[in-house]
Design a protein around this ligand. Structure first.
Ligand code: UDP
Length: 247
């Protein structure tokens, strides 16, 4: 069954790379501002929005650990990178007039509110976008797991994973011109199709077990996020009660 309903509360997972803009790494304020404008467009539709922000534009624990830094230490460094991105996004949302609060799973009271589930829900109910940084606050996982966990505990309708391509394809669309997009996909297929990486396996398993649908879509294409919220046929919708169907 294709999802047709309009989402009321979403978890938006934004990778750190979407804040790089034209740079090779780090934060491009112009890219952050353009991201904030996209979020403003759905905020205006009275959708409650929680955001989990990644840190890959600054620091990834796994790659740093391969270069000699103790894995757990490197992961904490990665979590700090997500807090920097969270601050940048909070600033940009503020500038475009969207009420916003930044929370962090690692305690740093001078910088951001600590993550408190009930407070995060309250912020959304009061019409504030809530940005959740530092992922789960634990090493050895990534912000995909943070997004899955927070989507569940905040009772979001869907986990929307922003990517550079507009959904999940049967082959890599960058190298195969004939690649076809899946309109819907069952969790069973998403886990079995080894050549297709929807998100981290741990995050995927958590969503499957707890019936949290995932929507994979292209945040950079104009209007995609709004359409996805309205239940239009964009991206790929992954759920348990769904057949695997090509678009
Ligand atoms: N990280 C972590 N625990 C978490 C979330 C993130 O240890 O719960 C670390 C991990 O090292 C990860 C880095 O923070 O590589 C940045 O997050 P991620 O790679 O998910 O960022 P993205 O790819 O989404 O930009």
């Amino acid at each position: 069954m294709q999802q047709q309903k309009r989402f009321k509360r979403i978890m938006l997972k934004i990778g750190g790379e979407s804040l790089i803009g034209d740079r090779e790494y780090g934060i491009d304020p112009k890219a952050v501002l353009s991201m904030a404008e996209k979020i403003k467009a759905i905020y205006a539709k009275e959708v409650e929005v929680a955001i989990v922000i990644g840190g890959g534009n600054i620091f990834r624990g796994l790659s740093a650990s391969k270069n000699g830094i103790e894995r757990a230490t490197a992961d904490y460094m990665g979590m700090l990178a997500t807090v920097m991105n969270g601050l940048a996004l909070q600033d940009a949302l503020d500038k475009v007039g969207v009420p916003v609060r930044l929370q962090t799973a690692l305690q740093m009271p001078a910088v951001a509110e600590g993550f408190i589930r009930s407070k995060a829900i309250r912020h959304m109910e009061k019409g504030r976008v809530v940005i959740l940084s530092a992922g789960t606050g634990m090493p050895y996982v990534t912000t995909d797991s943070g997004a899955a966990l927070h989507a569940l505990e905040l009772h979001c309708d869907v986990l929307m994973k922003a990517t550079k391509v507009d959904g999940i394809y049967d082959k890599d669309p960058m190298t195969n011109p004939g690649a076809r997009r899946f309109k819907t996909m069952s969790y069973k297929t998403a886990i079995e199709m080894e050549e297709v990486q929807v998100m981290d396996t741990a995050a995927l398993a958590m969503c499957k077990e707890n019936n949290m649908p995932i929507m994979v879509f292209d945040l950079f294409e104009e209007g995609q996020l709004e359409k996805a919220i309205e239940g239009e046929d964009v991206g790929t919708y992954v759920a348990n009660d769904t057949e695997t169907v090509l678009a």
